[in-house]
Design a protein around this ligand. Structure first.
Ligand code: ADP
Ligand code: MG
Length: 365
């Protein structure tokens, strides 16, 4: 039998230990929303130590999302605990995690505090979301391709007929057939672009930085006047197998967009890294080459964020909305993935290309 004293001691020691052992991340905030405590699971989830974060307020660390200062202050006022199962936490210094959060008010040392419990959402959910987006993108692309095919054939006939007619007409009337031919050519051009890249890739083993340097050179000629172009390369990245022209086109489309959005003021960074344990189209990939194109422009317009990679989705007045869709197709042909994180002041397009060590087998042996 335990006496009262030992039970009390046991309880205290469990209480002290438990928070340290829990899988759930626990964050305690005071009335000003200043961080007072993180358990080790929270330090791991936020990738920062209590020493670093102690005393900082919620808004010093996180950008405003569904979980923000005003809803936390509301909780203080009402005492009404809440749970939200799909919240994105965005860090001020970049990065985001999807979590389930429970927020409640608790009393410590006679003072009201907020207790936040975070659970990272299953990666499986994120993956299935990605696969869903991918399927949506593929069906939009197929629909447009089908439509483009249907337009292309009669368009050829139309142009041919106008050419024949042209021979029968006097000079004044030929103006009209010339217009038909010109407009038919313009449409054919558009339809060809809608059909997307149609050559088979020509794969060679090369250093990825060669392509990035070419893009850099092309952009420096005129598009980037007034824009600072930074390069942040990891020179240790081994050669991989890819089609130089296609990858160049894919990256150029992304960098050109950034240039257009920045409109001669701002900066673009092209960054390369090795990334490990990424999922590409639902498949876990051990090692990848990661190419990021980052700009400090206004961010992707909110209303096109979900359909950004679909063909014919554009936020510009005279844009065709084909650039990113083509980039996506080209990167897919390399078994890679193109994604985007964007908020005002920071837009990052991320290309992941699988790095299979068999690529370098000959070099290694
Ligand atoms: N870096 C960026 N910053 C902000 N918006 C962007 C960026 N890149 C692309 N966008 C938006 O995505 C849209 C689609 O781009 P894209 O597919 O290349 O078509 P287009 O350039 O013809 O509009 C652009 O119109 C623009 O609104
Ligand atoms: Mg574009």
């Amino acid at each position: 039998m335990h006496n009262r004293q030992t039970i009390q001691e046991l309880k205290l020691s469990y209480q002290q230990q438990l928070a340290n052992q829990m899988v759930t991340a626990v964050v305690v905030l005071d009335k000003q929303l200043a961080i007072q405590y993180l358990n080790p699971a929270a330090e791991a989830l936020l990738i920062k130590s209590l020493n670093k974060l102690y005393g900082l307020t919620f808004t010093d660390v996180f950008l405003s999302t569904a979980l923000n200062a005003s809803c936390l202050f509301d909780l203080f006022a009402s005492g009404q605990e809440f749970t939200n199962s799909d919240v994105i936490l965005e860090f001020i210094d970049g990065g985001r995690i999807t979590i389930e959060v429970t927020a409640s008010s608790v009393e410590f040392n006679d003072q009201n505090h907020l207790l936040l419990e975070f659970k990272q959402i299953d990666q499986q959910k994120q993956i299935s979301n990605e696969v869903f987006q991918q399927q949506q993108w593929e069906s939009a692309r197929d629909l447009i391709k089908g439509l483009a095919h249907e337009i292309k054939n009669p368009l050829g006939g139309l142009r041919g007929a106008a050419q024949l007619l042209n021979k029968e007409l006097n000079q004044d009337q030929q103006e009209y057939t010339a217009m038909i031919i010109e407009q038919a050519d313009r449409l054919t051009n558009l339809v060809d672009r809608l059909l997307g890249p149609n050559q088979l890739p020509r794969m060679t083993e090369q250093n990825i930085h060669l392509v990035l340097e070419k893009v850099h050179q092309l952009i420096s000629y005129d598009e980037s006047k007034g824009i600072t172009l930074n390069r942040d390369y990891d020179p240790s990245i081994p050669d991989i197998i890819f089609d130089e022209d296609k990858l160049q086109q894919a990256i150029l489309n992304i960098v050109s967009n950034a240039c257009q959005v920045l409109d001669h003021k701002g900066s673009i960074t092209i960054k390369t890294r090795i990334a490990s344990n990424q999922t590409i189209n639902g498949k876990r990939t051990k090692l990848c080459v990661q190419i990021s194109i980052i700009d400090n422009g206004p961010g992707i317009p909110f209303h096109i964020q979900d359909t950004l990679f679909y063909p014919m989705v554009s936020g510009r007045q005279n844009g065709t909305g084909l650039g990113l869709s083509i980039s996506q197709t080209l990167i897919h042909q390399h078994q890679g993935k193109l994604s985007c994180n964007s908020r005002p002041g920071h837009t990052e397009f991320i290309i992941l290309l699988p790095l299979t060590l068999t690529n370098n087998k000959e070099k290694l042996s």
